[in-house]
Design a protein around this ligand. Structure first.
Ligand code: SAM
Length: 276
């Protein structure tokens, strides 16, 4: 590559590439990039790579002699990642459009396994972990981030009160099950240990997502994409219109009292090694 070849910032592709950092994944992935191993000849496996912002960062920050295997069964994300790799002329990222529970890689070739917001999205996290351990070299590092139980607790407190107010049968039990499916720092560590890894760093932090109130929250595009479908499914269809109108009004009232609706997002960062 000619180092001084000019990038035409008026070209529409570069408008798209400048717009890269994903809203939801970035606060987690940027924490990962503070800690993850960086070096000139590393082989990475990015598990649940999505549209690949972490894969692309690792490939660029580690340079052309490092490689990244980006694994995700989500076809639309793989297409977007391939589009970016072509524009950025990055030949050292390999896209595998498949379930990470069955990887098309030989044993013992990976130096660093990363997964940003992956683990609680896998149908069978233990099977994915076992497969990652298989392809990792002895001594390989595992770095993962995830959100934890306690995620958006300010929202869920109002949602629970609203379901009780609307007397929706069975909905608070369904809500409790939904909330508790997210793990704790201890459950993430325990999963890694039961996969045979040595956990040596683990920390929980948090950030907030701030909204003016319920009307804004429930109409935000990412909330509608990433969270609203699961919230809707907790409420039987015949109650939905009433419950969500009430929820919006209750959230707006809370926001008016506090000056805004600030939702806590707990972030776990955990590091482990495959024993030598
Ligand atoms: C919240 S997204 C995170 C994507 C990306 N790591 C990021 O930070 O933007 C979770 C990803 O896990 C992927 N996923 C779900 N099940 C998977 C599996 N069995 N194997 C690999 N990826 C999986 C989803 O398709 C999705 O892209």
């Amino acid at each position: 590559m000619d180092l001084f070849e000019e990038i035409d910032h008026q070209h529409p592709d570069f408008g798209d590439l400048y717009d890269e950092l994903p809203l939801w994944s970035a606060p987690f992935g940027l924490r990962m990039l503070e800690h993850v191993r960086i070096g000139p000849r590393l082989t990475f496996l990015d598990v649940g790579a999505g549209t690949g912002f972490l894969s692309i960062e690792l490939a660029q920050r580690c340079g052309a002699r490092s490689t990244v295997h980006a694994v995700d069964p989500w076809g639309a994300a793989a297409r977007r990642l391939r589009w970016k790799l072509e524009r950025l002329a990055l030949p050292n990222v390999f896209v595998h459009e498949c379930d990470a529970a069955s990887l098309p890689l030989p044993d013992g070739i990976v130096d660093v396994v990363v997964s940003n917001l992956g683990i609680h999205n896998f149908a069978d996290p233990a099977a994915v972990l076992a497969e990652c351990v298989r392809v990792a070299r002895p001594g390989a590092g595992f770095h993962l981030t995830t959100n934890l139980s306690g995620h958006m607790r300010e929202f869920y407190d109002v949602f629970r009160a609203t379901l009780q107010e609307a007397a929706v049968p069975g909905a608070t039990e369904a809500l409790d099950a939904h909330v508790s499916h997210r793990g704790t720092l201890e459950s993430v560590e325990s999963l890694l240990r039961s996969g045979g890894l040595d956990v040596h760093k683990s920390r929980a932090e948090s950030f907030t997502m701030r909204f003016s109130g319920g009307a804004a929250l429930l109409r935000h595009w990412f909330i509608r994409l990433g969270f609203l479908p699961a919230w809707r499914d907790l409420v039987p269809p015949e109650y939905r219109a009433h419950v969500f109108a009430l929820l919006e009004a209750n959230l707006d009232r809370v926001a008016a009292g506090r000056g805004e609706l600030a939702l806590s997002i707990p972030v776990a960062y955990v590091e482990a090694d495959k024993p030598e």
